[in-house]
Design a protein around this ligand. Sequence first.
Ligand code: GDP
Ligand code: MN
Length: 382
Amino acid sequence: MKLHEYQAKEILSTFGVPVPSGKVAKSLDEVEKLLDSLEGKAVIKAQVHAGGRGKAGGVKVVTDVESGKAFAKGLLNSTLVTVQTGPSGVPVNSLLIEEIIQIEKELYLSVTIDGGAKSIVIIASEEGGMEIEEVAEKSPEKIKQLHVNPISGYQPYLGREIAAFLNMDSKQARSLSSLLANLIRTLNDKDLSLIEINPLVITSDGQLVAADTKMDTDENADFRHPANESLRDPEQEDPLERIANEKGIQYVKLDGDVGCMVNGAGLAMATMDVIAQVGSSPANFLDVGGGGSEEQVSEAFKLIVSDPSVKKVLINVFGGILRCDVVANGVVSAYKDIDVKVPIIVRMTGTNSEEGGEILRESGIPVSVANDLSEAAQLIAN
Ligand code: GDP
Ligand code: MN
């Protein structure tokens, strides 16, 4: 689950990581009070679950109350489109109003889980700020990665190595080392999958301050953190993903136009590959699960076709514990409830595949039944 910058900074601050002082505002009245308390000298930042705000007009430094109010008025309750949001953007329902910090240099620092290495990895660069994606692409040697041994945990030599890479003096190196120790403690204690600080600012008086923070929690550990639920902001989530989440369906929205309903995550990924191989592109990842019910199949199908970008649907099922006849009945029942305008291609094999095919044929709904995956792919491509 993604957290807002203001939530992430509150957490960091309780773990001893220096952040600019600031407060979140959800109305223009609150904005005005906060601007007054800072005598109009503030950084105003759109709170959305996406980066790239700076370049999209979502961050501004203001030096008087009036211009701060004017900027906030245009931003609050608007939709912000950044390189990370997709064309429909995300709603700006709150603003972070912070004190201005004097920036000498912008660094990049993050800690995240490297699944392949089964450990935490520290990522750092001297070229932080709004161009970090370009740095990663064009000059990857300017980015350093160091793994944290999970047995010994964080050790100060890691901090010294990162500090040397960032060309810090010994005083800054000590600050960085304790900052890193605190970041890793935050990551572990809060079961986060990511803390990204970009920029990590060196101020004009030589202090390190986390000027921007992205934080993701590991949802598999939600049960250990019931209080996290209050940090969720459903308005930032994709509406279809939110509905899927409520119904217990594994669903990820993608950019293409072929809706996919598959049982099993591995088969779902293989199906997406096959769709890509024939030059089409999947509109979603969807796993109805190995033990899905007819109702779940029906809900999943409705979810897929409710996405306006879906132009075709591919149902690819390997009947095991979830039998093909259950899937067929689920699709038929969904079809009766809603108005489906897109062609449906079905490939079923495994338990009760013949019964499933029979149910689909007898229902009279216009589906093309493919005998194998490559035939299904050809039907998708045509
Ligand atoms: P992002 O574009 O969504 O990552 O938003 P950031 O919070 O990183 O803000 C973008 C840029 O705004 C930063 O790289 C800074 O240059 C600038 N900025 C952010 N906070 C401050 C601040 O407190 N003071 C000043 N002077 N500039 C800031
Ligand atoms: Mn940033």
